[in-house]
Design a protein around this ligand. Structure first.
Ligand code: BGP
Length: 458
């Protein structure tokens, strides 16, 4: 059967500044943390070991072209553009991003630009990071500078990539700097991120730029173990905390009332100002990027909560390991292709069918060298992963979901936070020693699919 996609469907991939560019003048939390705790990073490999996009951007864009991308998302590094976060703009950074944006446009690859992809300038973190409202204002200024500098040629902006991840990593589960475990501080960080997002949207609207602005959220559909009311309630609370804490403000302009009531009853609400509500209402987006890797399966708790333990989302649910679930063992994430469809249907039925696209989906695999055949990685598992997801995405579109494209994570194997180069995600293999790039089988498959705007499946 042939699966054809709508005209002008976006085919491409996503990456981020910190994971690809390489060293810069302004320090980020990642540079700072790595210098102090290199043991937290796989094989002690830190963020200075990237795929050198800063040097190789021109040839890399040629490779994007070879993969028949018509669009590509990357981010601007706040710390590269404004090394101390709030002061002078670095003219070399402006030149660099101008060249990248112009080259992409010249090659017919529409640039999608994210303003913040986990890479907080250290100078801003020293002020308290997202806990401090001054940092929210500094971010809004940075966003406005980007719109002024590049807004004539970048028509698709994203204020944040997966804003819940720095909340989880930095303030709940200890996998990002500053390694705090404190729900109320986490809630403050999440809340201020929403305010920062809304201020950037406000600035974008005020400037009357030609394009559109949105956000990229990692949506993890929450599936209850059973229809037992206790399991259903557990899944509902997980959904409120991990999905709707960002989805509702950016699409509906307000928080879910039951999330607010729940946090209030446990005295975990961040400090709010009366004018915040108006600001959040103005943060409604034009375009939603959906990153989808895995579902979340939950059940009601088996044991009572230890009242002495720090308040955590897990006070309300246990994670559920469904027997026989399909796993990506390298990343430890479940693979559940229908999840992509469920997300789109939820957006269609409960959020007014917003313009959206899949902004990341992908499969990180360890030691891909073992799949080399005639000098090329034959990553048949990745091809299967993509077409299974695309089949469900296609079903969503055929049932009226407003999904405009599909971007994979990622283009060239890149540095992945604490996992460094453990798992490879790219369409293109990166030799870390020589920086040589070799297209994998999945890259060829994707290039053909993008070219045909369709694929065939038995
Ligand atoms: C997403 C991020 C990416 C990327 C990807 C793969 O959450 O937006 O930056 O890294 O996940 O995950 P990981 O690198 O943790 O394996």
């Amino acid at each position: 059967m042939k699966y054809a996609f709508p005209d002008n469907f976006w085919w491409g991939s996503a990456s981020s500044a910190l994971q690809t560019e390489g060293a810069r003048e302004g320090e980020t939390t990642w540079d700072y943390w790595f210098a102090r705790e290199p043991n937290r990073f796989h094989n002690g490999v830190g963020p200075q070991h990237t795929s050198t996009f800063y040097q190789n951007w021109k040839t890399d864009i040629q490779l994007l072209k070879q993969l028949n991308h018509n669009s590509f998302r990357t981010s601007i590094s706040w710390a590269r553009l404004i090394p101390d976060g709030i002061g002078e703009v670095n003219p070399e950074a402006v030149d660099f991003y101008n060249q990248v944006i112009d080259e992409l446009n010249e090659q017919g690859i529409t640039p999608f630009i994210t303003l913040f992809h986990f890479d907080m300038p250290m100078a801003m973190q020293e002020l308290g990071g997202w806990e401090n409202r001054d940092v929210v204002d500094a971010y809004a200024r940075y966003a406005q500078i980007c719109f002024e500098l590049f807004g004539d040629r970048v028509l698709h902006w994203f204020t944040f990539n997966e804003p819940i991840v720095p909340v989880e990593g930095g303030y709940l589960y200890d996998f990002h700097y500053p390694n705090v475990v404190d729900f109320r501080r986490a809630a403050t960080v999440a809340y201020h991120t929403v305010l920062a997002h809304a201020k950037a949207v406000q600035a974008y609207r005020a400037g009357h730029y030609a394009g559109e602005i949105g956000i990229v959220l990692n949506l993890t559909p929450s599936y209850p173990r059973s229809q037992n009311p206790a399991d259903v309630k557990a899944a509902h609370i997980a959904d409120l905390m991990f999905n709707r804490s960002f989805l509702d403000p950016v699409l509906r302009g307000e928080y879910p009332a039951d999330l607010v009531a729940l946090l209030k009853s446990y005295d975990q609400l961040p400090a709010c100002k009366p004018e915040d509500g108006f600001l959040i209402a103005e943060g409604k987006i034009d375009l939603l990027g959906v990153n989808y890797y895995q579902p979340r399966r939950v059940k009601c708790r088996d044991s009572a909560v230890n009242p002495q333990a720090p308040f955590m989302p897990e006070w309300f649910f246990d994670n559920y390991e469904m027997p026989g679930r399909k796993m990506n063992p390298y990343r430890g994430w479940e693979i559940y292709e229908p999840g992509i469809y469920d997300i789109l249907v939820n957006l269609r039925d409960n959020y007014g069918n917003p313009r959206c696209f899949i902004s990341e989906n992908g499969m990180g695999v360890e030691n891909e060298q073992r799949f080399i055949e005639n000098g090329q990685i034959n990553d048949h598992y990745r091809i299967e992963f993509i077409f299974e997801h695309l089949t469900w995405l296609h079903k969503g579109i055929s049932e009226g979901c407003n999904c405009l494209g599909y971007h994979m994570w990622t283009f060239i194997d890149n540095w992945s936070w604490c996992n460094a180069y453990k798992n490879r995600y790219g369409f293109i293999q990166l030799d870390l020693e020589t920086q040589m790039r070799t297209i994998k089988k999945s890259g060829e498959w994707f290039a053909a699919t993008a070219l045909n705007n369709s694929f065939e499946k038995e």
